[in-house]
Write a new protein. Structure first.
Length: 263
């Protein structure tokens, strides 16, 4: 088989550059483009060392060492944690990009009959790789950004009621939830009635008027003994019992925006 080293070098340089650029954006390293290009250049030149006959363990350690040097060239050194995250994100983006490209190769280049796969003569050319690789990494970056933003609104909630019943649920900080009892001036967090039905005695509940986009009425509320948000104890809150099922994935409680001031 003929190997064109110049083509291999070019492909590797472009892909390494894209990977390092993705890490730079994802971790907000603000490294200059020329440093990223130098890191990618080292990664491409270091391919020569892969032609040296080595056992699997030695080759694996060599690849780790190359990745470390690439990250040091591209992003510099501040501390071990900083460098560690650079390497982890480099490998994570490499696995994601490589996995997608491998899937596309199998999808377009092979057919199957049951569990038997055979080559059908098609191949993903280099131009296609150069077009699709940035798209894959762009989608990956957008996904990371969304996950980071959403994660900041998730909280671990623990509610202790008057009968010492303990409810542990996942809460979501809803900036649109500004419900406050006009009499006691206490903020209200919302949970579904089914979570406490038959588990706590509801005596003398409070009814708080509310207005939403399409509804208005009275919300049944109870006062817990206390609640914990990410292990911080809060007492000046009411629990609003609603029939609504929250549509957010895994969410069982809508927190009041006032939580931001108290935790």
């Amino acid at each position: 088989m003929t190997i064109y080293i110049d083509i291999v070098f070019l492909i590797n340089f472009i892909l390494d550059f894209l990977l390092l650029l993705t890490v730079n954006i994802a971790l907000k390293r603000y490294s200059k483009i020329r440093r990223i290009a130098l890191g990618a250049l080292f990664g491409s030149i270091s391919l020569i060392s892969l032609f040296i006959p080595l056992n699997r363990i030695s080759l694996f350690l060599l690849k780790i060492f190359m990745s470390l040097i690439m990250c040091l060239i591209a992003f510099g050194y501040k501390n071990i944690r900083y460098t560690f995250y650079n390497i982890i994100y480099l490998y994570m983006t490499s696995i994601i990009l490589g996995g997608f490209l491998y899937y596309l190769k199998v999808e377009f280049s092979y057919s199957n009959k049951g569990f038997v796969f055979y080559y059908k003569g098609l191949a993903i050319n280099y131009i296609f790789i150069f077009i699709i690789a940035p798209i894959i990494l762009y989608v990956f970056l957008k996904s990371i950004k969304v996950l980071k933003e959403v994660k900041n609104y998730y909280y671990k909630v623990r509610i202790i009621f008057s009968n010492d019943y303990e409810l542990k649920i996942s809460g979501f900080l809803d900036t649109g939830n500004k419900l406050i009892d006009p009499v006691t001036n206490k903020p209200i967090i919302l949970i579904n009635k089914k979570k406490v039905k038959g588990k706590i005695p509801i005596r003398s509940p409070m009814y708080v008027p509310f207005n939403s986009l399409n509804h208005h009425g009275l919300l049944e509320c109870i006062k817990p003994k206390y609640l914990e948000i990410d292990d911080k104890e809060l007492k000046n809150y009411l629990i609003g019992l609603t029939d609504t099922s929250f549509k957010l994935n895994g969410i069982e409680c809508l927190l009041n925006y006032k939580i931001l001031e108290d935790i």
